[in-house]
Write a protein that binds this ligand. Structure first.
Ligand SMILES: [Zn+2]
Length: 95
């Protein structure tokens, strides 16, 4: 198939792997501040989450954080900039 095809194929296979590793490292380092108290939130638990990228589906361990002061919850998905609602993490009732 030729060198160009080989290199293109290899890079295509590496991109999602590197994307997954970089995102997971960033999520593991992420420590958000509580939007209400301004205090550092601590990791409450993690859950497996598959996200869709332009290079395909990527599986991540998504952290969920909790404020020790007010109990507010936040998700690592905030870091990724996903257009996702976090109603189930909100303290407020959904009417
Ligand atoms: Zn708080």
């Amino acid at each position: 198939m030729g060198l160009l095809y080989d290199l293109e194929t290899r890079l295509e296979q590496q991109i999602p792997v590197q994307l997954q590793q970089s995102l997971q490292l960033a999520l593991d380092d992420y420590q958000p501040l509580c939007p209400d108290c301004g205090l550092a939130m601590h990791r409450h638990h993690r859950y497996a989450r598959t996200i869709t990228t332009r290079y395909g589906a990527i599986r991540l361990q998504m952290p969920v954080f909790r404020c020790g002061q007010c109990g507010r919850m936040a998700s690592g998905a905030d870091l990724l900039g996903e257009a996702e609602r976090h109603q189930r993490y909100s303290k407020k009732p959904a009417n």
